[in-house]
Design a protein around this ligand. Structure first.
Ligand code: GLC
Length: 566
C-alpha cells in the first residue's frame, strides 16, 4: 500500500502535521526599549519564525496581569498586559501569522486567577454571586484548613484579613484557585473562552488543567508525599465532566487544537483525557519522561539528581509513544518555560554542544505526536548561572529555596545553588539571544532577567550565517517532517530497548519505513540490531558527515544522529 492509500485510512488533522514553537513573550524580543519583550517585538520576528518553518505559535500568557508569576496570574482575561502592548498589537500579530499560514494558540489559565482579578476582589467582599468563586474556608488565622502544600513551597492557604477566611492557592499566594464546582464560574469561563475563539485564534494550551477539580470537602493529604494534598486535586473527581462541558459548549464549534498541561498525572491517567468523552483534549503535556533525572523526592531533591539511564528514558517514552500518541495523539516535548534548557539537561552543552543539540532535535522531530520547540532551543541555548537568589525572578525557585531555608534543610543559598543551576525555571526564561551585540539584540536597555553570558557565540545571527548550525539543522528537520507523512502518521517501534547508548526506532506507514539511530552518549558505538535489514538504507539527514549508508557497518560517533529510509 502506498503512503497515499494508507493516509486515506488514518485520521489526518492539521494539528497532527504541525510543528509548534513556544514563545515566552517577556523574553523573546523587546521593541520599545523597556527591557521586557512585547507583542510588537514578536510581530517583528514573524518572518524569522516563517523562515524556520514552524506552523503554530503557542504564546504564553499576554493578558493583563500584575506579574506575580509572569502572566500566569491573570487580572483581566480580556485585556493585554500593558508592558506587552495593546489588543490592536495582538490583532496585528494574529493577522501577520495568518497571512503566512501560521496559526496561533493562546495559554488558557483557568485553574486560578490573580488576586487582583475582579472576581476575587468581589469574592473577598462576599459580593453576590462571586461569594463562592474561590475556595474559602473558616479557621483561626494561624491554623490553615488542611495540610496541603503549595507547588511553589509553603502552605497552599493564605488567610485573608478582609474576609476573615482562608483561601486556597495551589501555586503562589497571588494565584487563588477558582471553585469549579460553582456553575457560575464555569459559565464565566466558557464565555471568556468563546470570546477568544471568536477573535480567530487557533486553539489553547490549557494551563494546569488536571488540577481544576478538587476532592469534595478538601480533606487532609497524605503527609508523607512530597507534594502534600496532590492526590486530592490532580485528576480530581469531576475533571472529565468539567472539561467535556467546556469542550461541548465552546471548542466543539471551532476548528482549533487543544493541549492540556498535566503535571502529576500517570500515563494511564493521561490517556483518559484523550479518549472520546474524556474532555476533548487533542494532546497532553505529561511529564513522566522528565522524571528520569530527579532525585528521590522529586524535582527539588537536594541530592541525587542529574543522572539518568537511557534505557529507563526509552521505556517511558515508548509507553507514551504507543499508549498516548499511538492510540490517540500526543505532544512531544522535552523543554518549556518551566524546565531547564534541554541541551543542558539531556545533551552535553560543553563537549558536544552542536552535536547533542542536533541529536535532541532529531529526536523531537521524528517521533509520533506534535513536536514543540521552545524558543532558543533552535540555536542551542543553554542553562545560565545564577550566583545568588537576587538574580532569580521565578517564584517557584525562590519559594522552594525559602522553604528549604525555613525548614533548616539548607543554611544558605550556596547549598542549593547547584540544584538551582540545574533546575530553575529561569534558565529557559533568560532573554532570547538574537545577536552578539549589546544585550544579545534582545533590548536596548537593561533586560528584565540577566542574559546568559554565552550570547556572544550562541545567537540567531551567527546561526543563520553558518550552514552547519543547529538552526539550519532544525530547519532541515522541519522540512523533512513536512515532506514525510511517515514521520507524522507512521507507527513507532523501539529497537534495542536495553542498549545504554543507542536509542533507535522505526517509523512505518504502509510500505514506507524510516529508521532513526541516535547515539545518545559521548562515546562511539555500533548499531547492533540483527532483526532489521538495512542493506538498502539511504541517509535522509545526519548531524555528522555521512560516511556509510548502512547503519550496521558504521561506527556512530558521540551524539551522532542519523535518519535513514529503509
Ligand atoms: C503552569 C505554568 C507555569 C505556572 C503555573 C501556574 O505550570 O506552565 O509557568 O507557574 O502553571 O499557573
Amino acid at each position: 500500500m502506498s503512503q497515499h492509500t494508507v493516509l486515506e485510512q488514518v485520521d489526518t488533522e492539521w494539528w497532527k502535521e504541525a510543528v509548534v514553537y513556544q514563545i515566552y513573550p517577556r523574553s523573546f524580543n523587546d521593541s520599545d526599549s523597556d527591557g521586557i519583550g512585547d507583542i510588537p517585538g514578536i510581530t517583528d520576528k514573524v518572518t524569522y519564525l516563517d523562515k524556520l518553518g514552524v506552523d503554530v505559535i503557542w504564546l504564553c500568557p499576554v493578558y493583563d496581569s500584575p506579574n506575580a508569576d509572569n502572566g500566569y496570574d491573570i487580572r483581566n482575561y480580556r485585556a493585554i498586559m500593558n508592558e506587552f502592548g495593546t489588543m490592536a498589537d495582538w490583532e496585528t500579530l494574529l493577522a501577520e501569522l495568518h497571512t503566512r499560514d501560521m496559526r496561533l494558540i493562546m495559554d488558557l489559565v483557568i485553574n486560578h486567577t490573580s488576586k487582583e482579578h475582579e472576581w476575587f476582589q468581589r469574592s473577598r467582599q462576599r459580593d453576590g454571586k462571586y461569594e463562592d468563586y474561590y475556595y474559602w474556608r473558616d479557621g483561626a488565622p494561624d491554623n490553615p484548613p488542611n495540610n496541603w502544600n503549595s507547588i511553589f513551597g509553603g502552605p497552599a492557604w493564605t488567610y485573608d484579613e478582609k474576609r476573615g477566611q482562608w483561601y486556597l492557592h495551589l501555586f503562589d499566594e497571588n494565584q487563588p484557585d477558582l471553585n469549579w464546582r460553582n456553575p457560575d464560574v464555569r459559565e464565566d469561563i466558557k464565555e471568556m473562552v468563546t470570546w477568544w475563539l471568536e477573535k480567530g485564534i487557533d486553539g489553547f494550551r490549557m494551563d494546569a488543567i488536571n488540577f481544576i477539580s478538587k476532592t469534595e470537602g478538601l480533606p487532609d493529604g497524605d503527609p508523607d508525599r512530597t507534594l502534600v494534598g496532590v492526590e486530592h486535586y490532580s485528576h480530581g473527581p469531576h475533571i472529565h465532566t468539567y472539561l467535556q462541558e467546556v469542550y461541548d459548549d465552546t471548542l466543539a464549534d471551532y476548528d482549533v487544537m487543544t493541549v492540556g498541561e498535566m503535571g502529576e498525572t500517570s500515563i494511564d491517567q493521561t490517556a483518559e483525557y484523550l479518549v472520546e468523552g474524556g474532555g476533548g483534549l487533542d494532546m497532553a503535556f505529561q511529564f513522566n519522561h522528565l522524571t528520569v533525572d530527579e532525585g528521590p523526592e522529586g524535582q527539588w531533591t537536594l541530592d541525587g539528581w542529574g543522572k539518568w539511564d537511557l534505557s529507563e528514558f526509552k521505556a517511558i517514552m515508548t509507553r507514551c509513544q504507543n499508549e498516548l500518541a499511538g492510540e490517540w495523539w500526543d505532544a512531544v516535548f522535552l523543554g518549556n518555560h518551566d524546565l531547564p534548557r534541554i541541551l543542558s539537561r539531556f545533551g552535553d552543552d560543553e563537549g558536544y554542544h552542536r552535536e547533542s543539540a542536533k541529536l535532541i532535535a532529531t529526536f523531537l522531530l521524528t517521533l509520533r505526536g506534535t513536536p514543540y520547540i521552545y524558543q532558543g532551543d533552535e540555536i542551542g541555548m543553554t542553562n545560565a548561572e545564577f550566583v545568588s537568589l537576587d538574580e532569580i525572578d521565578d517564584p517557584m525557585t525562590t519559594g522552594i529555596v525559602e522553604m528549604l531555608l525555613a525548614e533548616g534543610r539548607i543554611e544558605s543559598y550556596e547549598e542549593a545553588a547547584d540544584l538551582v543551576n540545574y533546575r530553575s525555571r529561569d534558565h529557559s526564561r533568560t532573554p532570547m539571544q538574537w545577536s552578539s551585540e549589546t544585550n544579545a539584540g534582545f533590548t536596548d536597555s537593561e533586560p528584565w532577567l540577566k542574559l546568559n553570558r554565552n550570547y556572544t557565540s550562541i545567537n540567531v545571527e551567527s546561526a543563520i550565517d553558518d550552514t552547519d548550525s543547529i538552526w539550519q539543522y532544525y530547519k532541515e528537520l522541519i522540512d523533512l517532517r513536512h515532506a514525510e507523512d511517515v514521520l507524522v502518521y507512521g507507527e513507532y517501534n523501539l529497537l534495542l530497548p536495553n542498549d545504554e547508548q543507542i536509542y533507535a526506532y522505526r517509523r512505518t506507514l504502509g510500505d514506507e519505513t524510516i529508521l532513526v539511530v541516535l547515539n545518545w552518549s559521548d562515546k562511539p558505538t555500533t548499531f547492533d540490531c540483527p532483526s532489521i535489514n538495512t542493506a538498502n538504507a539511504k541517509v535522509l539527514i545526519t548531524n555528522y558527515e555521512s560516511t556509510s549508508t548502512n547503519p550496521k557497518r558504521h561506527e556512530f560517533r558521540p551524539y551522532e544522529a542519523t535518519v535513514y529510509r529503509l
